[in-house]
Design a protein around this ligand. Structure first.
Ligand SMILES: NC(=O)C1=CN([C@@H]2O[C@H](COP(=O)(O)OP(=O)(O)OC[C@H]3O[C@@H](n4cnc5c(N)ncnc54)[C@H](OP(=O)(O)O)[C@@H]3O)[C@@H](O)[C@H]2O)C=CC1
Ligand SMILES: N[C@@H](CC=O)C(=O)O
Ligand code: NA
Length: 431
């Protein structure tokens, strides 16, 4: 039995997990793929760094070509991160007929189409299960498990760091900065956590999910993104009173041929399964026309969970190798991209206003909503500490984004509205 040789690009959190799983689960791997698997070479930035994995018989190198030009290497696993330089490395790997597995959502969200085309052209596999929601088999769930269905809606908690922050703010009333620091210490956050808290990491994952779910080439630029850095503990408390839980939610929704994709802090109705996904856990709720509601739940980050997805992809590559069908399973997107306009995107909204506590103000506000044909599901009016002011919290019935944005503009022009304190999308219906 010929041993399959792996070239690993990166030996950090995920790379170390990959080495450990290949070593510790060798029996199961051999049983399933029919031959031994060995990591031969690993690309790192600093070859002198202390490593917490056993590296006997493995060459550490600082030059990617040591791996890419080695005819003995069958599969390249990329877990180093980066976009442009990494794209060129993987293109070279594919052109050199290496099978590729990657965990890199930043890369796949931007250059996925080009890389998948190169893989297909070279009769190579390019698998990337770990790039979305770490250890949760969501990409295979969509592409294989739900292959026969038409996906209508995908809603995901796909960033562990922000879910950790919002959970601790909500359940333990802890301050945002304090919890973010803990998420960094625990290794959930990116080295620069801006992409976590400002929603970019989730947007990249939603780009990948929407592309696969709707079989349409969705680009990162098509995703409307808002992060959690302006969410206050007051907002979270108001949401609780109304029966909502605050989450950073990625939404990809299709009506007929048109789609919308966005990431934003969202109030989820407490009875929805996503409302009980806490801490660093991820979940993707998928509504399919035939299957109805499904939810994929599990660890979205971390060394061994993420490496599980990487090594499972590797095993699929090896099974394809045995059957001689590498690169044959890739399916190009079926549909041309069609995005919804703001008058075609509907949602409920939560709105918190600070207004003058005077006769007629409430009527003035509600008349703006009725002029745009938007009605209310819930209304609260509360006194605030500052004399002469009151706080109004509204939850609308479904409104188009166009109408809602016009309402916000008109409200902020009213002399009686002191501030629009906050505004969030509200979700919780089945589809
Ligand atoms: N961490 C997680 O939970 C998850 C991560 N991912 C993705 O997996 C990938 C890896 O993440 P993670 O393991 O956390 O990252 P780390 O920062 O922990 O590790 C990166 C590794 O790549 C090496 N490396 C980075 N840049 C270069 C370069 N230019 N040349 C050579 N070697 C380089 C580093 O070398 P050295 O050790 O010498 O510094 C290090 O070993 C990323 O794409 C990430 O987005 C996906 C899902 C979850
Ligand atoms: N920083 C990311 C790590 C995994 O993709 C997260 O918090 O989810
Ligand atoms: Na995954």
């Amino acid at each position: 039995m010929e041993t399959i040789s792996i070239g690993l690009l990166g030996l950090g959190t995920v790379g170390s997990g990959v080495v450990k799983i290949i070593e510790n689960h060798q029996d199961k791997i051999m049983h399933q793929v029919g031959c031994p698997v060995k990591v031969r070479k690993i690309l790192v930035k600093n070859i002198n760094k202390e490593r917490d994995v056993e590296l006997t018989d493995i060459l550490l190198t600082g030059d990617a070509n040591d791996i890419l030009d080695d005819p003995e290497i069958d599969v390249v696993i990329e877990v180093m991160g980066g976009i442009e330089e990494t794209k060129n490395i993987l293109l070279k790997a594919l052109n050199n007929k290496k099978q590729v597995v990657t965990a890199n959502k930043d890369l796949m969200a931007v250059h996925g189409a080009e890389l998948l085309q190169a893989a297909s052209h070279n009769n190579c596999d390019l698998f990337y299960e770990a790039s979305v929601a770490g250890g949760i088999p969501i990409l295979r769930g969509l592409v294989d498990g739900l292959a026969s269905d038409r996906i209508v809606k995908l809603m995901g908690i796909v960033n562990g760091t922000t879910n950790f922050i919002l959970t601790k703010m909500s359940q333990q009333q802890r301050a945002y900065e304090d919890v973010l620091a803990e998420a960094q210490e625990l290794g959930f956050a990116e080295s620069d956590p801006t992409s976590d808290v400002e929603g970019l990491d989730a947007a990249r994952k939603m780009t990948i999910l929407a592309t696969l779910g709707f079989s349409m080439n969705i680009g990162l630029e098509d995703v409307k993104v808002q992060g959690i850095s302006n969410v206050t503990d007051e907002d979270i408390l108001y949401g609780k009173q109304l029966g909502y839980t605050m989450k950073l939610i990625g939404i990809a929704q299709r009506n007929e041929e048109k789609v919308e994709v966005s990431v934003q802090p969202t109030f989820i109705v407490d009875s929805h399964p996503l409302a009980s996904v806490h801490n660093e856990y991820n979940a993707v709720y998928v509504y399919g026309e035939a299957v109805g509601q499904t939810m994929f739940y599990g660890p979205g980050a971390g060394s061994l969970p993420t490496a599980t997805a990487v090594v499972s992809d590797l095993m699929n590559v090896l099974k394809n190798m045995r059957l001689g069908v590498n690169g044959k399973g890739a399916i190009a997107p079926q549909f041309k991209k069609k995005l919804k306009e703001p008058d075609e995107m509907f949602s409920k909204y939560f709105l918190r206003l600070q207004v003058k506590d005077e006769v007629g103000v409430f009527a003035e506000i509600t008349s703006i909503f009725s002029q745009h044909g938007v009605s209310f599901e819930k209304i609260l009016q509360l006194p605030v500490k500052e004399k002469g002011l009151a706080e109004i919290v509204l939850v609308t019935h479904h409104a188009s984004l166009l109408n809602y944005e016009n309402i916000l503009l008109e409200l902020s022009d009213l002399a009686s509205v002191r501030t629009v304190k906050s505004s969030y999308r509200v979700e919780g219906g089945i589809k």
